[in-house]
Write a protein that binds this ligand. Structure first.
Ligand code: ATP
Length: 141
């Protein structure tokens, strides 16, 4: 039996993912972070992006919108602001969120919070990236 590491992905309102996995690639604030079993303990912030998991030769992608990742000796815990598995992503909603954020950034109304619009843009782009991947796979492309 190859060695695995337990991964829990939680948000404020739910447990999104909890499995023993072979490898994790997470969107750390300083770039992609690869984690294998026996990784040294660490804690880092996450940025909006794609979190990929490999388990028994299969890759699963999730969209994460920031939060924290902690590597403990026996497990990895991701405390995410929001997280969706591929199948949970509403493509039309993410496209609409992206369009809205781009519009706000292009034509800022007085008093608009640009950082908030940028964060919304990054969340939507992360969701679209994960959802598009799934769509392409289903089309066999
Ligand atoms: P929107 O403007 O469409 O609400 P948002 O980026 O502001 O997008 P968040 O505040 O990040 O949304 O998330 C609110 C909740 O909605 C979370 O539970 C998140 O998982 C979920 N969510 C947001 N966008 C999507 C989507 N495209 N598909 C599925 N769930 C989504």
């Amino acid at each position: 039996m190859p060695e695995t590491i337990k991964l829990d992905i939680v948000t404020a309102d739910r447990l999104v993912y909890s499995e023993d996995v072979d490898a994790i690639v997470a969107p750390g604030i300083e770039g992609e972070l690869g984690i294998l079993p026996h990784h040294t303990t660490l804690m880092t912030m996450l940025q909006a992006g794609e979190l990929r998991v490999r388990k028994a030769g299969e890759e699963t992608a999730m969209a994460i919108s920031g939060g924290f990742l902690e590597v403990r000796p026996d497990r990895v815990v991701v405390l995410a602001d929001s997280a969706e598995r591929e199948a949970e992503i509403d493509l039309a909603r993410a496209e609409e969120a992206k369009r809205r954020a781009q519009e706000r950034l292009r034509h800022p109304a007085p008093g608009i919070d640009m950082a908030r619009a940028e964060a919304a843009l990054h969340r939507s782009v992360a969701r679209l990236k994960v959802a598009e991947k799934r769509r392409r796979r289903r089309l066999g492309a």
